[in-house]
Write a protein that binds this ligand. Structure first.
Ligand code: ADP
Ligand code: TRP
Length: 356
């Protein structure tokens, strides 16, 4: 890890097993970046607390994601791998940074509005804007509440990034707004204290567009809460079953027609996992109406398994090796704390907190 390399920082919340969306949107990019950048990857367990996980499940999730990081090919010799809560400097800087985060801008964040609506039982739609959420939160008519950690989620994420002075933050498209807030908080800090301390971190996609991995249910996005995921840990039988059950349609009747959303989604998945010649073969079959969805799904399952099965096997092995896992995170925590302590010292100093 030499000093002239650009700094990369990213993390995934410890909320469950990783799926193909997490893999192609985040983890596979981490693996591809580890040789060329100074990389720090972590497991966001404090962020997971915003949605109140079962305390017993939280530690298991942290451990599982760590095993998935390692199984997917992240090398602890090349990267700093750590657990967010092992670096208390992050929590202190989160408190400091909250002094410069506006309640209004946090409330307008799409992820907050989504989660607040769910917590308050407000259905989505144009009428369910900030005003309704605000009225519910302040008026507390329903007796339901939204925890403050959910509101300040972006402050914590900004601190994750700024404490490393990261240049690149490889994340999926859905995280762009959080990254924008990170830049805003950094710039605001700079201008408030008349310093050039933080610089702007940006997303990283190897020059391409951020990917959005679709679900198998014909809908837009693969996601844990959508219940439409293929997990890296799925066994062969489960995975084949999921793919064979994927939503399709009655099939093309006009040569050269545009695929419907569920079929376009299958092609998007195929483009991620299959050889270009395989994708071409099925695209031609679609275009001349000879396609058999059963054959396409069989091929898709086969090609997904080529990606996921080797990872699954390594996860099962690594997960059992508690000594190895704890060695990795203990070392990672030390390395991350050294970096974080430097930034925190500067930030405290800039804000006027001085030692007697
Ligand atoms: P989930 O949406 O399943 O709860 P997270 O929010 O924990 O997943 O996301 C972890 C990382 O994976 C983020 O960088 C996010 O952008 C990426 N990600 C999640 N789902 C997808 C998807 N369907 N396509 C692309 N990237 C995704
Ligand atoms: N919010 C991210 C997600 O839901 C997780 C995350 C927390 C993160 N802190 C971060 C990602 C810092 C990148 C950098 O996926």
């Amino acid at each position: 890890m030499s000093n002239d390399k650009k700094i990369v920082l990213s993390g995934i919340r410890a909320t469950g097993n990783l799926h193909l969306g997490n893999y192609y949107g985040a983890l596979s990019k981490f693996v591809r970046m580890q040789d060329d950048f100074d990389c720090r990857f972590f497991i966001a367990d404090l962020h997971a607390l915003t949605t109140h996980p079962d305390p017993k499940a939280l530690h298991e999730n942290v451990k599982h994601i760590l095993a998935e990081y390692l199984a997917a090919g992240l090398d602890p010799e090349k990267n700093i791998l750590y657990v967010q809560s092992d670096v208390p400097e992050i929590s202190e800087m989160y408190l400091l940074m909250n002094m410069h985060a506006g309640i209004g801008e946090l409330m307008r964040t799409a992820s907050f509005k989504d989660k607040a609506r769910k917590a308050l039982g407000i259905s989505a739609g144009p009428a369910a804007g900030e005003e309704e959420i605000e009225k519910e939160i302040i008026g507390n008519q329903s007796g339901k509440s939204v925890n403050a950690g959910l509101l300040t989620y972006p402050t914590l994420m900004a601190v994750d990034i700024l404490i490393h002075k990261a240049d690149f933050v490889p994340v999926g498209k859905d995280q762009e707004q959080h990254l924008e807030l990170t830049r805003r908080f950094g710039r605001r800090f700079n201008s408030f204290y008349g310093t050039e301390y933080f610089h702007d971190p940006v997303n990283f996609n190897f020059g391409g567009q951020p990917v959005k991995v679709p679900g198998l249910d014909g809908s837009g996005k693969m996601g844990k809460s959508e219940g439409n995921c293929i997990y890296l840990i799925d066994d062969e039988k489960t995975l084949r079953k999921k793919v064979m059950r994927a939503v399709t349609d009655a099939g093309p009747t006009e040569p050269g027609s545009t695929p419907t959303e569920p079929i376009a989604n299958l092609f998007t998945l195929m483009e991620l996992v299959s050889e270009p010649s395989t994708v071409d073969f099925f695209k031609k079959a679609y275009a001349d109406c000879s396609i058999r969805y059963g054959d396409m799904k069989k091929q898709l399952a086969e090609d997904i398994l080529k990606v996921t099965l080797p990872i699954r096997e390594r996860v099962l092995e690594i997960r059992e090796d508690d000594d190895y896992l704890s060695r990795v995170v203990r070392r990672g925590a030390e390395q991350a704390r050294d970096i974080a302590a430097d930034t925190l010292r500067d930030v405290r100093e800039i804000m006027g907190i001085r030692k007697f």
